[in-house]
Design a protein around this ligand. Structure first.
Ligand SMILES: [Fe+2]
Length: 180
């Protein structure tokens, strides 16, 4: 029923490379949080899951000369939300996602953090707000959430499970609408 599933995304080498770089366990956890919130707030669960899973796909590494993560460099130079929005969009379109939906996911990734904005708040849609809060739910002090590990097999299984949760929810919604 969906054009692209989370498992399809995971199986693509671009997702494997970049989502793994910023923390696969974190990406899977945020996708789960996003689906939970989307169910409660009656927001599109498929879009929430995709934006949740891909939200950090634009991360770049900022290391100092000693090979240590440099938060100062990151804070000054980071554009991971911008890069991620573009990267996720390209990936989804390649996989055959509907362009309107690919754009919604891309915008939710763009606005999942304020870190690249020079002051000022963003007026977020329900979907964009969910992705931001889902990310915050999984955050650990010192960015430790980016280093939590999970095997590729376990991640794929978790995403397959989330795919069936999403499909079940969408089928239920459709049946409810037809009954009305
Ligand atoms: Fe994140």
């Amino acid at each position: 029923m969906r054009d692209v599933t989370l498992t399809n995304i995971f199986d693509h080498h671009i997702a494997k490379k970049y989502v793994t770089r910023s923390g696969l366990a974190h990406a899977v956890a945020v996708a789960y949080h996003a689906v939970k919130l989307a169910k409660i707030e009656n927001v599109d669960v498929d879009l929430a899951a995709k934006a949740g899973f891909l939200h950090d796909i634009g991360h770049y590494t900022w290391y100092n000369q000693n090979g240590k993560w440099d938060y100062e460099l990151y804070r000054k130079n980071d554009i991971h939300a911008i890069k991620g929005a573009e990267r996720a969009h390209k990936l989804l379109i390649r996989l055959g996602e509907n362009p309107i939906r690919a754009k919604q996911v891309s915008l939710a990734i763009l606005f999942h953090t304020d870190s690249f904005l020079p002051g000022g708040e963003v007026d977020r849609t329900a979907l964009q707000s969910i992705v931001k809060r889902a990310d915050e739910k999984d955050e650990e002090p010192g960015g430790a959430h980016h280093y939590r590990t999970i095997t590729a097999d376990k991640a794929r299984q978790s995403l397959q499970k989330l795919d069936s949760i999403i499909d079940r929810h969408l089928t239920q919604q459709l049946q409810q609408r037809q009954a009305e």
